[in-house]
Design a protein around this ligand. Structure first.
Ligand SMILES: [Mn+2]
Length: 322
């Protein structure tokens, strides 16, 4: 049974506010960007008397198709003193350089679907079973203010966190929400192709190379691919070019859990995990100080690649033995 969480009306929550900030997590993904931009555009439209800001770290240029991205402010680590700060798709800790502004706000609102989020706001709308934060953001809106640009941003967020409505986090409500959104008449086919599937030549090259050099482990039920800093430098790629690699690894027949890691600095790896549900990725990620969902989670590991995979393997094996 899904725990019932009280839905919130965001306009009710920000009533009377003169300055409102919206922000999302470090290394923003499609859902983070979609939910933040939708919320920003919505508040600007429905609350013209307030000053609204949106803070996000830099992200892949594929998301520049959304309205308002040129107005995004970079998180600067200052406290500010907004009347309201709305943290989307994460809790306070994952806001990066936005964290001081979050804690410095008079009122904090937290909307998220991560099971690991305890809810850091004065008002929380945390629904762990939901497809995406974008779907939750839609719940908080009055449909009379939603327009094509807002609908596009929400739809984009939902597409990215559901693997184009494929993952098990999709509910009948997710699709009903998506149905309402496409009524606004945007080119969803182009949006999906250009933000989700399309890769640059070099992105395809590193995906190919990672898969070529991947290894099966734990009786061929798990797979790992990795990129070291030297290889990344050779191809001229950054973290933003890695999207989709871990999912492609997971599509290997017979594999329950895929691990992809890349070196962010010497002896430090950013780890992404995907599973078919047999392995709970969030348990493993949380053990190593990260977080996420059952089927998708991430963390950071220090040490050599072999240390990292040995440590992860031990934790995955525990679940097989349980
Ligand atoms: Mn999300």
């Amino acid at each position: 049974m899904r725990k019932r969480v009280r839905m919130i009306d965001i306009l009710e929550e920000v009533k009377g506010a003169k300055s409102i900030a919206v922000g999302g997590h470090i290394r923003p993904d499609g859902d983070c960007i979609g939910s933040c931009m939708a919320m920003y555009l919505y508040l600007k439209k429905a609350m013209p008397e307030a000053q609204t800001f949106v803070y996000l770290e830099s992200f892949s240029p594929v998301f520049n198709c959304l309205k308002g991205v040129d107005e995004i402010k970079r998180p600067d680590g200052t406290k500010h003193a907004h009347d309201v700060f709305i943290a989307l798709d994460c809790n306070g800790e994952r806001l990066g350089d936005c964290e001081p502004a979050f804690w410095g706000a008079k009122k904090r609102i937290n909307i998220d679907h991560h099971i690991t989020n305890p809810g850091d706001g004065d008002v929380n709308y945390i629904v762990p079973g939901a497809s995406s934060t974008s779907e939750l953001v839609f719940d908080c809106m009055d449909e009379k203010y939603i327009d094509t640009d807002i609908a596009t941003a929400i739809y984009l967020g939902m597409v990215h966190d559901t693997g184009v409505f494929q993952y098990s986090n999709v509910s009948p409500k997710t699709l009903r929400t998506a149905a309402k959104l496409i009524e606004y008449g945007f080119d969803f086919s182009k949006l999906i192709e250009e933000t989700f599937y399309q890769k640059t030549y070099v992105q395809n090259q590193i995906m190919g190379r990672t898969i070529l050099e991947s290894m099966l482990f734990l009786d061929k039920r798990c797979i790992v691919g990795h990129l070291d800093a030297k290889t990344m430098k050779f191809y001229g790629v950054t973290s933003k070019d890695m999207d989709g690699i871990v999912n492609q690894l997971r599509y290997t027949k017979g594999v329950d859990c895929a691990v992809f890691m890349y070196e962010t600095e010497p002896l430090k790896y950013k780890v992404s995990m995907r599973s078919n549900g047999v392995i709970d990725c969030s348990v493993i990620a949380t053990y190593f100080g990260g977080g996420g969902h059952v089927r998708a989670a991430g963390c950071v590991l220090e040490g050599t690649f072999h240390d990292a995979i040995n440590n992860l393997s031990r934790q995955i094996e525990k679940q097989y033995n349980d």
